[in-house]
Design a protein around this ligand. Sequence first.
Ligand code: ADP
Length: 266
Amino acid sequence: MREERQGRLEIRDVTKRYKAENGGVFEALSNASFVVDAGEFVSIVGPSGCGKTTLLRLIAGLDDDYEGVILLENKRVEGASLDRGIVFQDHRLLPWLTLKENVALSLINLNDAANEKDRIVREHIELVRLEGFENAYPHQLSGGMAQRAAIARALAHSPAILLLDEPLGALDAITRIHLQEELQRIWRSEGVSMILVTHDVEEAIFLSDKIVVMNSNPGRIVEEIKITLPEPRDRSGYEFGLIRRKIFKAMLGEEVKRETSDNYAI
Ligand code: ADP
């Protein structure tokens, strides 16, 4: 692999307002602050509508109409840029290009020689373990394979940080668990900072150094939880269950305490 930068990201007092349908203003995100340290894996969890996607879009530079400061490696984020790779819930591969061509497309603005670009593409296809499928078209790949291809494409141009917006959300439960393990392996191998937006609290605990818990009305950060459980993490372990319970409590409030403890037999 080429030398990876390890991007530190700082979100400071970020507030985002949208125009409401009644002509007023709706605060989707209120005074959000947190840091992703270099090489850290941070998940953002919270109920639907709490502003997770809004926050990720601001970090990605897809929307610059907000208050506050977003710094990547001490530089203000301005517009979309290849220093922030993104993977969405749907793979967004171009259907008329092969896997290899889809990954290569992300290097189009790189000045490296063609054989160097070929090497980068090959290495990233190997990284996500899709050797042998270089010439397959997206419709010939399973959902999990297509998401791996999307990860390869996002990492090929050596971003400082990888933004993952529910990348495993559309996969079946078994593929999802398998890809969580793959994502962890890829993160370890690349050393790149990652932010994962997910509805899946277990997924967040399994993968993260830190979990940012959000809540809605207005969308805000209610808790930051460092996860120091040793790896590989045991999803049925006692400590794991305690963290899960703490997150549900922060996300949903006291009234669901009984329900969550019943559901998860903690
Ligand atoms: P989440 O990803 O946590 O489900 P979102 O960031 O998508 O939440 O949305 C947060 C809130 O902002 C929601 O109430 C949503 O309806 C609102 N919202 C999102 N995008 C827009 C927009 N372009 N215009 C108006 N309201 C929006």
